[in-house]
Write a protein that binds this ligand. Structure first.
Ligand SMILES: NC(=O)C1=CN([C@@H]2O[C@H](COP(=O)(O)OP(=O)(O)OC[C@H]3O[C@@H](n4cnc5c(N)ncnc54)[C@H](O)[C@@H]3O)[C@@H](O)[C@H]2O)[C@H](O)CC1
Ligand SMILES: [K+]
Length: 528
């Protein structure tokens, strides 16, 4: 009889493993525990390389890629590659090895010796492999310590000029394991098989041109060994399971609109009406029970036409057409709302409004001009005295203005967003190809997105979606950063879905709002 809960434990472990992100040092320490517990290094290499071989047989059957070129480095990444070379050889592939290093680690050197005894050709240069159908990059893994130098850098550059697919083992060789920085040059992989646990560098924006399609090769690292090194994982990948689990999907049959949260959006100006509409459409898609949108009086009809279910609050406006004063309906004040999202299309003439919401005790999302005004009001002091939670959603440019003395977010966004969260005591969502969310010393990274989202208006949609989720969640004491992570995941999955159907050029912000509602169904078998 199957031990059902053992099987479900395996599934639960895999999901847990897929959320964890490690640095090179943490991987080394975890690996050290495994070896200290008795697992022979050679045995682990056999296991890992066997799993890699299995995936290569699936993705590149011999009929499609009969000739495979294997690039071998001096360390165990090279060892992995040599075991793969041997196994593919026994599966009937024609193998050729390029090993530009004379000094190899012992285990790697033994495998090299055996490969030569199998009469597999081993070359020092790459040229003889030019006709191969597929390449396996086993030059460097998480042991890469410095920039690639001659002749390896030329070999990598030559490989990048060819057009055959390249599968990188653990990381594309040349990428810094933690920052994703290119150390001199790096392999542009078609596919990266990350070993055991996700490496932080693979999730950094600057690595994305090199990683290709990334997948995790899970080789059963015991959770106890991971927890012993990581305690609680500080850096997590957002997974469909973790995101869906945070969505307010289960609704009581006797619920009513006031129990599903009431969100106040403060956005728009005479000059920027579109931002207000898109924010409202994003909020609508979140499923929030009640939606109020405060806009300058003159654009109230435009909002009502687009969002008939929302309460549009027409406010007195400045000469320039910005909101001059929040004029809420009778018997309503800011405490009537479970959350406030403020900023898209406001223009910087709405300064008093941003000050007013900062002074409120409501969970607050600040985006776009809300962030530009926060800079003018002096970011850190303005946030420090806030009692209620604050979420900031800057892109890299806004981030640099908000947090000028943190590391460059385009270089190491994880360190940058952690520093910002620490300084501001806010939840900081740093938008990018891999959006990162930080609170205190924890980071959530959204591992999947699409360039289709790099368009005006998609940020407005995220602000509305996020505000709507927060307004629904306050009654469910869900951790705020996980709700923010879910909004980022939902938003990017809608972009991916829309791009699949309409190409990356076909995902304007309005279209994006229409795809939000299809995402959840696609994943709803998770956590069902
Ligand atoms: N993740 C796991 O638990 C497993 C990992 N395996 C594989 O082993 C590598 C890590 O192996 P390691 O030998 O520590 O490092 P590398 O293979 O990346 O090689 C580094 C090697 O090269 C030298 N070196 C560093 N930088 C340079 C440079 N710029 N130029 C020349 N040489 C350089 C350094 O001194 C090292 O000797 C991991 O990625 C996996 O592929 C296990 O096989 C399975 C379990
Ligand atoms: K590699």
């Amino acid at each position: 009889m199957f031990n059902q809960n053992h099987l479900s434990n395996i599934a639960a472990r895999r999901e847990q493993i897929s959320r964890i992100v490690v640095t090179a040092q943490q991987m080394r320490d975890i690996e050290g525990r495994i070896f200290a517990a008795g697992m022979p290094v050679a045995a682990l290499m056999e296991k890992v390389a066997g799993l890699i071989t299995h995936r290569i047989l699936e993705l590149y059957p011999r009929s499609q890629a009969p000739c495979v070129g294997i690039l071998v480095g001096p360390g165990h990444n090279g060892g992995d590659a040599l075991v793969v070379a041997r196994e593919l050889h026994f599966q009937g592939y024609q193998i050729a090895v390029c090993s530009p290093f004379s000094k190899l680690k012992d285990l790697t050197s033994q495998h090299a010796q055996y490969v030569k005894n199998l009469k597999i050709p081993v070359h020092e240069s790459l040229e003889p492999l030019a006709e191969c159908d597929l390449f396996i990059d086993g030059l460097f893994g998480f042991g890469l310590g410095r920039s690639l130098f001659s002749p390896v850098d030329q070999i990598v550059n030559q490989l990048n000029e060819w057009s055959q697919p390249v599968v990188s083992i653990d990381l594309p060789s040349g990428l810094h394991t933690d920052t994703g920085e290119v150390l001199g040059t790096a392999v542009q992989a078609t596919q990266t098989f990350c070993l055991g646990l996700w490496k932080l560098g693979l999730l950094q924006d600057q690595a994305l041109d090199y990683v290709g399609a990334a997948e995790l090769i899970d080789f059963d690292i015991p959770l106890a060994d991971i927890q012993a090194i990581l305690e609680t994982p500080k850096i997590q990948r957002i997974t469909p399971e973790s995101a869906i689990a945070t969505l307010p999907l289960q609704r009581s049959p006797v619920t009513h609109k006031y129990k599903q949260g009431h969100l106040l959006l403060i956005c728009g100006s005479r000059r920027y009406t579109g931002g207000a509409i898109l924010t409202g459409l994003g909020a609508r898609a979140s499923g929030v029970g009640m939606l109020s949108i405060a806009v300058p009086e003159s654009i109230k009809p435009l909002l009502s036409a687009q969002l008939p279910e929302a309460l549009i609050v027409g406010c007195p406006e400045t000469e320039s057409g910005a909101i001059a004063q929040l004029q809420l309906p009778e018997k309503t004040d800011l405490s009537s709302f479970e959350a406030i999202a403020c900023g898209p299309g406001l223009t910087v003439d709405a300064k008093p409004i941003v000050q007013e919401v900062l002074d409120s005790d409501r969970p607050l999302v600040l985006d776009a001009d809300g962030l530009n005004i926060l800079v003018q009001l002096d970011t850190i002091p303005s946030l420090q005295h806030r009692q209620a939670p604050t979420v900031l959603t800057p892109h890299a440019g806004e981030f640099k203005r908000l947090f000028p003395d943190t590391p460059d977010p385009t270089k190491d966004r994880i360190t940058a967003v952690l520093a910002a969260a620490e300084q501001s005591s806010a939840v900081v969502l740093l938008k990018g190809a891999r959006t990162a969310i930080a609170q205190a010393d924890c980071v959530w990274i959204n591992p999947e997105s699409t360039p289709a989202l790099a368009r005006g208006g998609s940020g407005d949609v995220l602000t509305g979606l996020l505000g709507g989720l927060i307004a629904q969640a306050t009654s469910k004491d869900l951790p705020l950063p996980e709700i923010v992570a879910t909004a980022a995941w939902w938003h990017s999955q809608a972009g991916i879905l829309a791009a699949d159907e309409r190409t990356e050029m076909g995902v304007d912000a309005f279209t994006l709002t229409q795809y939000l509602m299809f995402v959840v169904n696609r994943f709803s078998d998770f956590n069902s």
